[in-house]
Design a protein around this ligand. Structure first.
Ligand code: SF4
Length: 151
């Protein structure tokens, strides 16, 4: 049986990004050969529309560029993503780098100037705190390497 993997839906080519645009898609065929994929988009689960005003983390809060506080939406999205992981039996995730929801290790710094700072997106942090191992699309080789060790 293949291992379950949560994946940021935008990495699969789904147009759920804040601007409705698409990110550079990963190799979905290669991924589905190795894993059972559970797509997630925490910002949509949190009730935000597409397109939407971009958001960035400011410490424990998440704020849109127009000043709207969307922390509760991000909390809901993180919780729902975690519930999907539990329901599907996923203990690993492949998430979109730098996003205020999905980023790991570095995210935009809350100034909306494109500057990065150390930190994790809201959902990535929530998942990792509950034992789910998170990789970004820049770490796919590492994800496959660890997966082959498991076999
Ligand atoms: S919340 Fe995550 S999955 Fe949704 S568009 Fe942003 S980076 Fe992609």
């Amino acid at each position: 049986m293949k291992r379950k993997l949560l994946v940021s839906a935008c990495l699969l080519g789904i147009g759920c990004r804040y601007d409705g645009g698409r990110v550079k898609k990963i190799n979905v065929e290669e991924l589905t050969e190795a894993f059972d994929i559970i797509p997630i988009c925490p910002e949509i689960y949190g009730g935000l529309p597409t397109p939407r005003v971009p958001s960035e983390r400011m410490g424990e809060r998440v704020v849109m560029k127009d000043g709207t506080d969307v922390t509760e939406n991000f909390e809901r999205g993180a919780l729902y993503s975690y519930e999907l992981a539990l329901a599907g039996g996923a203990d690993i995730a492949l998430l979109k780098a730098k996003s205020p929801s999905c980023g790991k290790g570095e995210i935009y710094d809350g100034s909306f100037t494109g500057r990065l700072t150390k930190g994790d997106g809201y959902t990535a942090e929530y998942l990792m705190a509950r034992g789910i191992k998170v990789y970004t699309e820049n770490e796919i080789a590492m994800l496959f390497a660890e997966q082959s060790k498991e076999k």
